[in-house]
Design a binder for this molecule. Structure first.
Ligand code: SF4
Length: 355
């Protein structure tokens, strides 16, 4: 697909055909399965200053919390109890948790469950990433937000897109499944930039791709800017599915925080992953990257049960499979992520979650 075709699709002239194609492509690879990944947002502290994020260090009004390691492990193991195949441990760039502490948490989760473990901890030194991988972590998420060098540098003060891309390659060479994503409608993001971002993400050949809309946080320098569009985000998701058929694509929680957004998980535009929050209820609202995130007032069990019901309602089937990306599975049926455990995500072999 060339940039002109991507731009055409982004203009929305052919939505019906675009979404229908994304759906066909997704069904061919994943069947009706939707992988569930529980996410534990264990620290809302961050030393970075990204202009679009409510957790940015200069936001003195942000609610800050840190969970103790035992509590993080306990919340993570709930994923296994609730029949999910993966847990994602996520935080801001909070280096008060050293590599040893996180390695111990990963080992404890692996010893007590068959969960795949995904980490989303921001920029860590290569040495830490190596130790975390050795301790059993399967995947790492590191968002790009945009690949445009000037826009990236403006929105993430003091950082360069080249360094982020290098880190992404380093993670891949350590054997992680690697995921990334972009924010649709960032202030300063032109149609051209967005189209190039989509094509670049596809070129990177990642295991997981995500597109979420920009949602302005009032306590940030971009608080007065407009939201990214729901329609544009769905178009981007569909394009990513068509360009990267075998990558996992989550429905981002930001999609559901937009006015007019669908109430259930949006798996129709090509998403095959839903990530319900297992963050303990007493702190969950504090993880406010954007307003409207984590506003559900319910315990983790209830959250997961609602998500499963919504998946069924859309005509799909929630799966307990760890959900390694089919693109990372080799001929022997093993994965880069976790030798011998992962298998095809297709409908015919997925372990289906009981309600
Ligand atoms: Fe920190 Fe991530 Fe927010 Fe940037 S986007 S301020 S790194 S939590």
């Amino acid at each position: 697909m060339n940039i002109q075709t991507v731009l055409e699709h982004l203009r929305g002239h052919n939505d019906q055909a675009l979404f229908a194609e994304a759906e066909v492509v997704k069904r061919a690879v994943f069947g009706r399965q939707v992988f569930l990944r529980g996410i534990v947002e264990f620290s809302s502290h961050c030393c970075k200053r990204c202009l679009y994020c409510g957790l940015r260090a200069p936001n003195t009004r942000a609610v800050r919390y840190r969970l103790a390691p035992e509590r993080i492990v306990q919340a993570a193991l709930l994923a296994s109890d609730l029949g999910l195949g993966t847990v994602v441990l996520q935080s801001g760039d909070d280096y008060s948790y050293d590599a040893r502490t996180i390695c111990d948490m990963v080992r404890a989760i692996k010893e007590r469950s068959s969960l795949a473990v995904t980490l989303s901890l921001g920029d860590r030194p290569l040495e830490d990433l190596t130790r975390l991988r050795d301790s059993g972590a399967d995947r790492y998420l590191i968002k790009l937000e945009t690949t445009d060098p000037a826009l990236y540098a403006r929105l993430r003060p003091g950082e360069r897109i080249e360094d982020r891309l290098e880190r992404l390659e380093a993670l891949r060479s350590l054997g992680y499944e690697v995921g990334s994503g972009i924010i649709v409608g960032l202030p300063g993001m032109t149609g051209d930039i967005l189209a190039r971002d989509i094509l670049r993400l596809a070129e990177l050949d990642l295991d997981m791709l995500a597109a979420g809309p920009f949602v302005p946080h009032p306590q940030t320098p971009l608080g007065e800017e407009s939201c990214g569009s729901l329609e544009a985000t769905l178009r981007v998701t569909a394009l990513l599915r068509i360009l990267s058929p075998r990558s996992n694509i989550p429905a981002t929680s930001a999609l559901n925080s937009l006015p007019g957004a669908v109430s259930g998980p949006d798996v129709r535009a090509g998403c095959n992953v839903i990530m319900p929050s297992l963050t303990p209820e007493d702190v969950r609202r504090g993880y406010e990257i954007y307003p409207g995130k984590n506003v559900v007032e319910a315990g983790a069990r209830q959250v997961v049960s609602r998500v499963k019901a919504a998946i069924h309602q859309e005509g799909f089937v929630p799966s307990a499979d760890p959900g390694f990306a089919p693109r990372s599975i080799n001929a022997a049926g093993t994965t880069r992520g976790s030798a011998g455990r992962g298998h095809c995500g297709g409908e015919e072999c997925g372990q289906v979650v009981a309600d």
